[in-house]
Design a binder for this molecule. Structure first.
Ligand SMILES: Nc1ncnc2c1ncn2[C@@H]1O[C@H](COP(=O)(O)OP(=O)(O)OP(=O)(O)O)[C@@H](O)[C@H]1O
Ligand SMILES: O=C(O)[C@@H](O)C(=O)CO
Length: 421
């Protein structure tokens, strides 16, 4: 196996797995550390999806090291630590502490951090992260329910999370191509930095960074910076890309959308689905907390909905509504109440004939997939950048589209079904 990847959340893992598969690596995604007996022998890349983004840093480090160990045992030659393209984290972690721990694990003394994903509007210029042209701290990420991002300068953000010295390889070096990027890495190393934020404004930059860093024992970033790795590996092995898999068959059955993300993209997608007349149930966090509403009442509602189209169950709310709920219930507690309700609903879905699921939100997807006991995924076609259809590799046969909160066009919930046979 060429590349072993540790992703800090499920939709992020799917995003990375799609990038690697699309660029020609045979890729398998596992939910948690691969179980014993899972056949990884045909895979060029394995992406292990953890749920470590929001847990305390020591726990994130422990989970990540366990995954790295398993990947190394399965033959991974290089490691990739995948986090969010909007650098979701707090001053306590977890991007810094996990990067440090994986550096130590690989024995490497240098790595890069690049969260740019231009296809989804994330660019990094002079170390500052922009989301659709707006500095991170002015974007909707400033209101994220769990990791509000209030500083766009990633050198500063990462330096607050790590004892390793953080440097910068900026746009001019990246624009000049792989050799200039390699020289910039050497320059930053000589200056005493062990992690460098790398600028990238477009896919050509990402491919050049991939070529320059393909032999690093450890890379870190969003899925974008993995874009150039498959071609770099092929260059070193003089091989050609395997042809992409043909078509995507989904198991027959009913369709449902579960949305726990409150991101601006998900809010738009929920609004578009409601306007299109998709039958929908809104979960109110305060009613869930009081017991007035529950997974059971949601399932009762679901049983009364028409079988021939998707239904939507969502807790998606505006930043003001989320803040009001959090001030009463606490940030983590509110999230937990909503996630466990959606997980409770998910658990009952196969028995009701639901086999095709779209789930919106990384934490939400983690909770849902755990409830469904899915432990490995094959990667199917791209619905929108960063979001493929996937199919469970064992256990209950399901087609799953696990959507990162901020990804997808407004009609994502409507159009995704067209790709299924
Ligand atoms: N109405 C609500 N009030 C308070 N918290 C909510 C509400 N709806 C959802 N949440 C919580 O907000 C969090 C949303 O995180 P999630 O990772 O699912 O979405 P996201 O952050 O938009 O997506 P991603 O991580 O992919 O960017 C979850 O913990 C969820 O339970
Ligand atoms: O990188 C991204 O933005 C996504 O893959 C993600 O991690 C959101 O949870």
């Amino acid at each position: 196996m060429k590349l072993g990847c540790v992703a800090d959340d499920l939709t992020g893992a799917t995003d990375l797995a799609l990038m690697l598969a699309r660029e020609g690596l045979r890729t398998i995604q596992t939910i948690g550390v691969p179980r014993a007996g899972l056949d990884l022998s045909g895979a060029d890349a394995v992406v292990v999806a953890l749920k470590s983004r929001m847990v305390p840093a020591p726990e994130a480090v422990a989970q990540s090291l366990t995954a790295a160990e398993a990947l190394k045992k399965a033959g991974a030659q290089h490691l990739f630590f995948k986090y969010c393209s909007t650098f979701d984290s707090t001053d306590e972690g977890n991007i810094g502490p996990v990067s440090e721990a994986l550096l130590a694990f690989t024995g490497a003394d240098f790595t890069l951090a690049c969260s740019a994903f231009p296809a989804n509007g994330r660019t990094v210029y002079k170390g500052h992260l922009f989301v659709n042209g707006v500095p991170l701290h002015e974007s909707s990420m400033k209101d994220h329910p769990l990791t509000p991002m209030r500083d766009s300068n990633l050198v500063r953000v990462l330096q607050r999370q790590t004892k390793r010295s953080v440097g910068l390889v900026s746009y001019e070096d990246v624009e000049a191509g792989p050799d200039a990027i390699r020289s910039a890495f050497e320059r930053e190393k000589a200056a005493g930095h062990q992690i460098v934020i790398v600028d990238a404004l477009n896919d050509a930059h990402l491919r050049a960074i991939g070529l320059a860093a393909a032999d690093f024992p450890l890379m870190t970033g969003g899925s974008g910076v993995a874009m150039g790795l498959p071609a770099a590996y092929r260059q070193s092995e003089r091989s050609t890309a395997p042809s992409p898999s043909k078509g995507f068959d989904a198991p027959a059955g009913r369709s449902i959308i579960l949305a726990g993300s409150c991101s601006s993209a998900t809010r738009e997608q929920v609004k578009t689905a409601l306007e299109a007349g998709v039958p929908a149930l809104r979960l109110d966090a305060m009613e869930l907390a009081s017991g007035a509403m529950s997974a059971k009442t949601a399932l009762e509602w679901l049983k009364t909905q028409p079988a021939n189209g998707p239904a939507l169950i969502y807790s998606t709310a505006t930043p003001d509504e989320v803040q009001a709920v959090q001030s009463k219930l606490g940030r983590m507690n509110a999230g937990e109440i909503v996630e466990s309700t959606l997980a409770g609903i998910a658990k009952a879905l196969p028995a009701l004939g639901f086999t095709r699921l779209i789930v919106a939100g990384g934490e939400t997807s983690g909770a849902v997939v755990n409830a469904l006991d899915v432990d490995a995924l094959a990667i199917g076609p791209e619905i929108d950048p960063g979001v493929p259809w996937t199919r469970s590799l064992a256990g209950i046969d399901l087609a799953l589209a696990l959507k990162s909160g901020n990804f997808g066009t407004p009609d994502f919930f409507l159009k995704a079904w067209n790709l299924l046979r």
